[in-house]
Design a protein around this ligand. Structure first.
Ligand code: PRP
Length: 227
């Protein structure tokens, strides 16, 4: 479910901005997601795969960033180029979202990082907020929420609500794996959001885990899986 809207960018060129759910179809993405799902993949490789996928997703999700003309002097002459404009906020949902921060910051070194602490109550599967230090004013122009998993969608919806309250005009969600039910719910509640995913899985089990999924991303990143 992806829509699109024509926008006029700062460089005067018309660009298309997609909204809704945008699945990134790329052989490398599919390859790395497959390794990520494998239960034999150890935490060190799991972390490396999350980083690779975060870069590939961020590349795709930043295609419509605003730029303005910017010229520089090369050793030979003047080159006309461009520069990304606007304040960009990177919003990791703790704790699994932390695994995607550094690789995305490598691409967007000018980004501000605003952490949101949310965990899912094991009995109710409802998000519980435990950390939020967003300022009351001066919202960023574009926010990228990063969290490897979008299961029921409750955590991402809570993050989107927080950013809506802050007044962020454009929000992108980057989730490696999502459930169909979760993306349907989030895109219905937040039709203006851009939800980038590597893969959408068909089911949630009785414990609201994505199936086939990859287990608990936070536990696999931080090596806290209980045997
Ligand atoms: C996982 C995941 C998301 C959330 C997804 O986090 O990283 O934040 O659950 O579920 P939802 O879409 O149903 O809300 P978890 O609560 O396990 O916390 P963690 O990152 O600390 O492991």
């Amino acid at each position: 479910m992806a829509g699109s809207a024509a926008i006029e960018a700062q460089d005067g060129q018309a660009r298309t901005r997609q909204c809704g759910v945008i699945q990134i179809r790329h052989p490398l993405v599919a390859h790395h997601v497959t390794r990520l799902r494998n239960k034999e993949t150890r935490p060190s490789e799991f972390r490396a795969l999350v980083r690779k996928l975060a870069v590939l997703m961020a590349y795709e999700a930043t295609k419509d960033l605003d730029v303005r003309p910017h010229s520089v002097e090369t050793p030979l002459t003047t080159a006309e180029g461009s520069q990304v404009v606007g304040r960009i906020g990177l919003v990791p949902i703790l704790r699994a979202g932390l695994g995607m921060v550094d690789p995305v910051l490598d691409l967007l070194p000018m980004a501000e990082v605003w952490h949101l602490g949310l965990y899912r109550d094991e009995d109710t599967a409802q998000p519980v907020r435990y950390y939020d230090k967003l300022p009351a004013e001066r919202p960023v122009d574009v926010a990228l929420i990063v969290d490897p998993m979008l299961a029921t969608g409750g955590s991402v919806a809570a993050a989107l609500m927080t950013l809506r309250d802050w007044g962020v005009p454009q929000v992108k969600v980057l989730s490696l794996i999502a459930s169909q039910e979760g993306v349907d719910m989030v895109s219905l509640q937040f039709p203006e959001a851009q939800i980038y995913v590597c893969q959408v899985d068909p089911d949630l089990n009785s414990r609201k885990f994505i199936v086939p999924g990859l287990g608990d991303a936070g536990d696999r990143i931080f090596n806290t899986v209980e045997e």
